[in-house]
Design a protein around this ligand. Structure first.
Ligand code: KIV
Length: 270
């Protein structure tokens, strides 16, 4: 890696990446081991997503995730990262009740897990909260489109902002987030053309997931990309490995060896 490629990724550097037309590479991580692998692979932004509730904890949605669970994942990931920007998802209802409570919970991520930034779902309705958090020195990334914490309102995980009115609302929300001080916005599962227009209009970077190729960066859930989470596979996921099969096969072969008395052998014994 060159010296520039090794330098720590900061919020101002992400803005430079956008100005230079250099795409931002983001992935989720939930523990030390994978965080270290992602960092070594040159990922720019590591998100401790509340998708952990589903892909790591086996829950049906992100809604049950607690502050303590989120902080536990963040502390593990922090220990694995040197270069990437570490962003934490604030859990459902940890920031929606009052801006004061949001501020208090936001501070816990910086004090107890030493994250670099936070991600909050929602548009103009949470702009005041984002303003308060960023004014206190804690960078915030917004999240628009398919915001999984609103799955009960949407009635599922379908494409968002399909009609003209909803697309205009998303555009207005994105500008409100920028105005409130957000340093970037995640755009999830919206038409590619809308994501292209919003990315061109905003000064801050957009990070897409199911939002087409014209966002300033891309993010995926790590276990989707690795083929480890096999329950469902959204169209926007590209699998770069089939680790689910690799793990099953390795464990089957281990089981066969143990049952046949072939493990441990002389080299693995003392
Ligand atoms: O929780 C999550 O994993 C996310 C996605 C945008 C990657 O928020």
């Amino acid at each position: 890696m060159t010296q520039d490629a090794q330098a720590a990724v900061t919020v101002p550097r992400l803005h430079e990446f956008k100005q230079q037309g250099r795409k931002i590479v983001a992935l989720t991580a939930y523990d030390f081991l994978f965080a270290r692998l992602l960092d070594a692979a040159g990922v720019d932004l590591v998100l401790v997503g509340d998708s952990a509730a589903q892909v790591a904890a086996g829950r049906e949605s992100t809604l049950p995730m607690t502050m303590d669970e989120a902080l536990y994942h963040c502390r593990m990931v922090r220990r694995g990262i040197r270069r990437a920007l570490l962003v934490a998802d604030m859990p459902f209802m940890s920031y929606q009740i009052t801006p004061e409570e949001a501020l208090r919970n936001a501070a816990r991520f910086f004090k107890e897990a030493e994250v670099d930034a936070l991600k909050l779902e929602g548009g103009a309705a949470i702009a005041e909260t984002i303003h308060r958090i960023t004014r206190a020195g804690m960078p915030v990334m917004g999240h628009l489109g398919l915001t999984p914490q609103s799955v009960r309102k949407f009635g599922g995980y379908g494409l968002q902002a399909k009609d003209e009115g909803a697309a205009e609302q998303l555009r207005v929300d994105a500008l409100a987030l920028q105005e409130a001080g957000a340093f970037a916005v995640t755009l999830e599962k919206i038409p590619a053309e809308l994501a292209r227009r919003v990315s061109a209009e905003l000064e801050i970077p957009t990070i897409g997931i199911g939002a087409g190729p014209d966002c300033d960066g891309q993010v995926l859930v790590l276990y989707d990309l690795l083929g480890l989470f096999e329950e469902f596979r959204p169209r926007f996921v590209r699998r770069y490995a089939e680790l689910g099969e690799v793990v099953r096969d390795a464990c089957r072969r281990y089981g066969d060896d143990v049952r046949a008395g072939k493990f441990p052998g002389p080299q693995e014994s003392y």
